[in-house]
Design a protein around this ligand. Structure first.
Ligand SMILES: [Mg+2]
Ligand SMILES: [Zn+2]
Length: 219
């Protein structure tokens, strides 16, 4: 059986809700993003700068953030069993997130898969305001003109079939690189509009069921 490279988004894909939205709603100042939107659209400000300004208003300790995320953004059904299945089958599984390691790692650890490979930015939470730390994301992508997830994917790809799972804008370009895509929410709508085939993602019990024949076909 040939192994696969499986790349999975975190927010809204592994978790039922986007942790960044949950955190800003609970601990940040609402409306900051909307106020920055015109400057974002005109190109005066980058997405990273806007996110940094938004998160500077988030006043909470790492413990408070972890407790909130555990409560309001749990992992989707079947996730842990799916991770164990991927590993037992010998696939290379990596979490590719535009979000923050300090949010992701406690969630994965709590679920019992704290040793999963994670590519993400980071956030230093404190009562004085949160400081974002942007990870090295390589060159600007020649296809989407962003610092997109393709760079991290390309560095891990050794010619195997690629499976991508995601839900948002930051998943669009990487999904177009994959042989098989599981998509939900905005990513599913986007791919449908573009005529790109994908399998809807409801939960990981279903993902595993849908992946099994695919793995056999690749063997
Ligand atoms: Mg997402
Ligand atoms: Zn790209």
């Amino acid at each position: 059986m040939k192994s696969l490279l499986i790349a999975c988004d975190f927010d809204g894909t592994i978790t039922t809700r986007d942790t960044l939205h949950v955190i800003v709603e609970a601990f940040g100042t609402r409306g900051v993003w909307a106020a920055l939107e015109p400057r974002l659209r005109s190109g005066e400000m980058s997405v990273e700068q806007a996110m940094s300004e938004q998160f500077a208003t988030v006043r909470a300790t790492p413990q408070e953030v972890a407790a909130l995320v555990r409560r309001d953004a749990p992992v989707r059904e079947g996730f842990v069993e799916w991770v164990r299945w991927c590993r037992a089958e010998g696939h290379h599984l990596v979490v590719l997130s535009a979000g923050f390691r300090s949010v992701i790692e406690p969630v994965l650890a709590e679920a019992g898969v704290g040793d999963l490979e994670v590519v993400a930015n980071d956030a230093r939470f404190s009562r004085a305001g949160c400081e974002l730390v942007w990870a090295e994301r390589g060159e600007r992508c020649g296809i989407c003109d962003r610092m997109c997830k393709r760079w991290a994917l390309n560095r891990r790809w050794t010619g195997q079939r690629l499976v991508y799972l995601g839900d948002g804008i930051s998943d669009r370009c990487a999904a177009r690189m994959a042989d098989v895509v599981f998509a939900r929410a905005g990513l599913a709508e986007h791919l449908a509009e573009e005529g790109v085939p994908f399998t809807p993602l409801h939960d990981f019990v279903q993902v595993r069921r849908d992946m099994e024949p695919l793995v056999r076909a690749a063997a």
